[in-house]
Design a protein around this ligand. Structure first.
Ligand code: UDP
Ligand code: MG
Length: 266
């Protein structure tokens, strides 16, 4: 099953669908393309309807409004029937022709294989930010990947069934998968500049990505032991409070004023 989340990508859908169909047909007789229209306001859904009329293996889900890529992926995963699931972006930045390479790697004993856009075709700022994002994420999650947020990925069904995606957690799928004990691998893939339309994520992505990283760290590292995270901070604060109070108590008993001391407020 191929799952493709899309938001206002009408101009790319025809080409994507035909290239994807051609590639999948070389791999298997039974496949499906699940397009998830994440509340597009252009003619994307109409294009999907006509694609479905031509080929019933093309299926489409339509959201009433824009819910975000994670929710779109999640809806596609729920509908997907295949034992192997491939995701890719709808803007043709990912190449459908590279799916066989990912599947080969999956066969070598992985549950998730992610593309690694070694040569990104994005603005210099995006490239630097993305490198930083990937380094920080790899450091905090312990997952040694170069490119967490590549749209092109393939999964075994068992993994997909366990993923609960919401908000913008799609950026951290490899980290969540690794935490759940699945084997995560990567292969280098090509990356193309966007042909039509523009990126659907603005610069607020960086700030949100940061908050999501916190969410992922809490979810993966401290879900059953939140005290290990808050405990250290709490202990330091408690001990210094105790020391200050003790000191003030001694001052007061030895007859000094303490109500004029900022230390008391602290
Ligand atoms: N997308 C989506 N919902 C959104 C934003 C994006 O389904 O709210 C889709 C989008 O249509 C594309 C994929 O997610 O197929 C990746 O988005 P985009 O190409 O804008 O991201 P970038 O390549 O700039 O990281
Ligand atoms: Mg893109």
């Amino acid at each position: 099953s191929a799952v493709i989340p899309l938001y206002n990508e009408a101009q790319s859908l025809e080409e994507l669908c035909s290239r994807l169909t051609r590639t999948l047909a070389t791999l298997t007789e039974r496949f499906e393309l699940i397009f998830v229209d994440d509340g597009s306001t252009d003619s994307s859904f109409a294009v999907l309807q006509s694609l479905h009329q031509r080929d019933s293996r093309v299926k489409a889900i339509r959201f009433r409004r824009n819910f975000g890529k994670s929710t779109a992926l999640s809806a596609g995963f729920k509908k997907a029937k295949g034992s192997i699931i491939v995701t890719l972006d709808a803007d043709l930045q990912d190449l459908p022709e590279e799916i066989p390479t990912l599947l080969n790697r999956l066969e070598q004993g992985y549950d998730l294989v992610s593309g690694w856009k070694k040569k990104r075709k994005d603005s210099p700022i995006r490239k630097i930010a993305s490198r930083l994002f990937n380094r920080v994420t790899a450091f905090f999650t312990g997952v040694r990947l170069h490119d967490f947020n590549c749209g092109l990925k393939c999964y075994r069904r068992e993994l997909v069934d366990e993923l609960a995606l919401y908000g913008e957690l799609h950026r951290y799928i490899p980290a969540i998968a690794n935490w759940k004990g699945f084997r995560v691998g990567e292969v280098k893939v090509g990356h193309h500049p966007r042909k039509h339309g523009e990126s659907k994520f603005g610069s607020e992505r960086y700030l949100r990505g940061l908050f999501d990283l916190l969410t992922v760290i809490m979810l993966t590292k401290y879900p059953e032991k939140p005290l290990h995270f808050f405990g250290l901070l709490g202990t330091i604060l408690s001990l210094s409070g105790l020391a200050i109070n003790l000191y003030m108590a001694i001052l007061r008993i030895s007859g000094k004023w303490i109500s004029n001391r900022p230390l008391l407020l602290l």
